[in-house]
Design a binder for this molecule. Structure first.
Ligand code: SF4
Ligand code: SF4
Length: 271
């Protein structure tokens, strides 16, 4: 198990190549803007759920798609899905979307996928099973299993990191985490090491947590805003999901390892 921890730590050290010469720029102001997007009150649930999101693999069971009431789509979604379907953006928007039921002040340029009440999403195909446009699905669907607004509210209220109820992808991930924990139990001191890593983080873990939070913002809000924050920090780009996965596994294991999930304060390191 120490080997897994060392490998994940090495993956986090590798992320230090992202730091620009002279260190991260404007971090305090960027952190403040990130705080305005998602309050720190949601930590560690927001970052913990982002880690779970990176680790879980949607089983395309269609549960979300059958039960969803409405699906918001943003311009970026329309562009991506139209390309995926081989349609012009205009035609996609005319055929598959309608105006949002909420006022523009609340939802900006978001529209809704056309869908009859009580029926599944038009892109749900029970024979696949699952989403016909899985590779290009709307950002809200991508975020749905761990990073929907409703789920985050519940996580904070119940002080728990979790997915939407009944998600088989989450069940599989919980099994992996349980196996991870049972290995830790057999090695004295490893559990404590894991906890110390994230609750008194050194520079590489601190950078990982920043990149993970940015990734969470990308999943939650879509790419543009998170990319803008990354540029302001002087980062060449947002980290890719596979670059964060080894650290995400450790973080998810640490959060679910015999420690209350509330009040996990993290030290901020200046570069
Ligand atoms: S319930 Fe989970 S596995 Fe099923 S479609 Fe939704 S996210 Fe995927
Ligand atoms: S777009 Fe795809 S993932 Fe989203 S609700 Fe429809 S079928 Fe499900």
């Amino acid at each position: 198990m120490s080997f897994e921890i060392d490998t994940a730590l090495q993956a986090m050290r590798d992320l230090c190549r992202f730091i620009p010469p002279g260190g991260l720029k404007d971090r305090e102001r960027v952190e403040k803007d990130m705080e305005e997007m998602i309050s720190r009150d949601y930590e560690p649930y927001f970052s913990g759920n982002a880690a779970m999101h990176l680790l879980a693999e949607c089983q395309r069971c269609g549960r979300c798609c059958r039960e969803v009431k409405s699906i918001a789509v943003y311009i970026e979604d329309c562009r991506r899905i139209a390309r995926h379907l081989g349609l012009s953006q205009k035609r996609f928007m005319m055929e598959y979307t309608r105006p949002h039921s909420l006022k523009a002040e609340a939802v900006g340029s978001a529209r809704l996928l056309r869908k009859r009440e009580g029926e599944p999403c038009p892109f749900y195909d029970p024979l696949l099973p699952g989403c016909r446009i899985h590779q290009a699905k709307p950002q809200v669907c991508r975020a749905a299993f761990y990073l929907s607004k409703m789920n985050l509210l519940l996580c904070r209220e119940e002080k728990e990191i979790k997915a939407i109820p009944g998600c088989p992808a989450d069940d599989l991930l919980r099994e992996r985490l349980a196996q991870f924990h049972s290995k830790i139990k057999d090695e004295p001191g490893v559990g404590e090491r894991l906890e110390t890593l994230f609750f008194s983080p050194g520079p590489e873990v601190d950078l990982f947590l920043l990149l993970l939070r940015l990734k969470g913002l990308e999943i939650y809000f879509g790419g543009d805003r998170a990319e803008c924050l990354a540029r302001r920090l002087g980062l060449p780009r947002l980290a890719h999901e596979d670059e964060l996965r080894a650290g995400a596994m450790l973080y998810a294991a640490a959060l679910s390892y015999g420690r209350p999930l509330s009040g996990a304060e993290q030290k901020v390191t200046e570069y």
